[in-house]
Design a protein. Sequence first.
Length: 272
Amino acid sequence: MKRKRLTVKDFLECKGKRQLSVLFVHNVEEASAAEEAGIDMIIAAYDIPQYGIHATLEDVVEMRKAAPNCFFQSAVPHLTFASETELIRGAYKLMTLDIDCVYCANSIDWIKAMRRENIPVIGHVGLIPSKSTWIGGFRAVGKTSEEALKVLNDTLELEEAGVIGVELEVVPRKVAAEITKRTKIITMSMGSGSDCDAQYLFANDVLGSHSGHYPRHSKVYRNLLREYEKIQRERISAFREFKKDTEDRKFNDPKLTVEIEDKEFKKFMKAI
């Protein structure tokens, strides 16, 4: 049976009732798999090469089509706008493409402007990668009472500004649990424990499909990289076999070629 896609109202009403599953997807295949698996919410971004995201806006549109029943979040690429007007124009564009909500880690004033225009916004607290230089790099946020209080206050300020949810990234789980109790919006945990309202992971971490660093908070369920490496070895072997068959002149097989009748060939030979 076809499942019902969440509305913003449904999304908010999930608080305290059930855990929401959230995946950042990178391509149509991952989006389609999320749809089939019943994932509640997917996130896709475009044109953020500094974070290894090379998808285009057209790619995001195709991901939306591949996952029609997932609540869908995207974002206007960071540092591509310099005013509330530009941000809202970009968010409007996303909404016309059937995007359900828009991520924004900019100022409270800009978020309030989006809320005034009834654009559903997801905020971000804790470790915010685009602002990590201000906290000394990529690290947990909230391990001291002062930092924990700031994360709470940041969340409440975003709630007051009108966001429908916040990503809590790498915040101590006890702190995240207390913040979740004290806000009416949806808290999305990335490395902040299961007491938040939703659990958020990147699909390439879940799938084990990339080389290099895996964040501490990631949970790897498959090793697709090993399968990709096996496929690459098979590609190389197949290409080598093709090269050898070429050199050994093995392409005269009747299954691979067409024939000419003898009488027609004789006419051809006479003509030349």
